[in-house]
Design a protein around this ligand. Structure first.
Ligand SMILES: NC(=O)c1ccc[n+]([C@@H]2O[C@H](COP(=O)([O-])OP(=O)(O)OC[C@H]3O[C@@H](n4cnc5c(N)ncnc54)[C@H](O)[C@@H]3O)[C@@H](O)[C@H]2O)c1
Length: 260
């Protein structure tokens, strides 16, 4: 797909980090961009910077996602690109003992469900509703109607201690990529997923310097955290390259996460 001002892209989680970098790159290539995020201030700021539209949305809400697509389509037109970056994580052991009190506890089930709802169901909700909208578009060259990029994580394959919910949610995103690409193949919509390693986003910036240095040292090569722009380059390539379909691609400097 050739990016230009006729192409509209929706970026969930576009207010920050990997989503913001991708929104910037899409806009720099000429696309018109809608930012879907629940962070009002940063979302509006990103949309203003890119001359796009901000839609406040929690991806766990059907109504809010419907309203966000209605708003962005009224302002910019039907999107041909969806980038799913909205997501978050948590950390609890499946079951364990409190080191001080010896008390036995387990992963709070509501916290497990919350991560699945945001990262897995939220991604699918935006994807399904976006794909339904793309079906109304005329195909471009090669019969292509649209392109969708999801964000999983290397935790889908090598999740660490405490990451049962996060890994399950991201493993779900990896697992659904091919069947969704097959569901949509007759309509000319491609679907791909990126599994980022450790990237230098606001999420990571919160970590102390010694932790960040240790993480950087654990990457085989290059020995640093990934740059959001490097994620954005792959996400945009997945949109532009018409033969990219049904793929789950690690972008991680060859890191394989240790148990902790
Ligand atoms: N940074 C990394 O090292 C890394 C590694 C692997 C995977 N990822 C994944 O990449 C994606 C982006 O992460 P990031 O590092 O850019 O984080 P980030 O916190 O900088 O950005 C995430 C954005 O998603 C938004 N968001 C979160 N929950 C939402 C919800 N329910 N509805 C709408 N918006 C919501 C946040 O407001 C934020 O703007 C996430 O899915 C994350 O799991 C990140």
């Amino acid at each position: 797909m050739q990016l230009d001002s006729k192409i509209v892209a929706v970026v969930t989680g576009g207010a920050s980090g990997l989503g913001l970098a991708t929104a910037r790159r899409l806009a720099a290539r000429g696309a018109r961009v809608a930012i879907f995020d629940f962070n009002d201030a940063q979302g509006q700021q990103a949309a203003d910077e890119l001359g796009g539209v901000f839609c406040k949305v929690d991806v766990t809400s059907d109504d809010q996602v419907d309203a966000a697509f209605a708003k962005s389509r009224a302002a910019l037109g039907q999107e041909r690109i969806l980038i799913n970056c909205a997501g978050t994580g948590n950390a609890f052991k499946t079951a364990g003992r409190d080191k001080k009190t010896g008390q036995i506890n387990h992963f709070p089930i509501d916290q497990f469900n919350r991560i699945i709802q945001i990262n897995l169901v939220g991604t699918f909700r935006c994807l399904a509703k976006s794909a339904a909208g793309m079906l109304t578009l005329d195909p471009l060259e090669d019969g292509e109607r649209g392109a969708i990029v999801n964000t999983a994580s290397v935790a889908a394959e090598d999740g660490q201690i405490g990451q049962a919910a996060y890994s399950a949610s991201k493993g779900g995103v990896v697992g659904m990529t091919l069947p969704i690409a097959r569901d949509l193949m007759g309509e000319g919509i491609r679907v791909n997923t990126i599994l980022p390693g450790i990237f230098n986003t606001p999420l990571m910036n919160a970590a102390p310097d010694n932790v960040k240095l240790a993480l950087a040292a654990s990457v085989p090569f290059p020995k640093r955290l990934g740059l959001p722009e490097e994620f954005a380059r792959l996400a945009v390539e997945m949109c532009e390259n018409g033969y990219f379909n049904g793929e789950d691609v690690r972008l991680d400097g060859a890191i394989r996460m240790a148990p902790r």
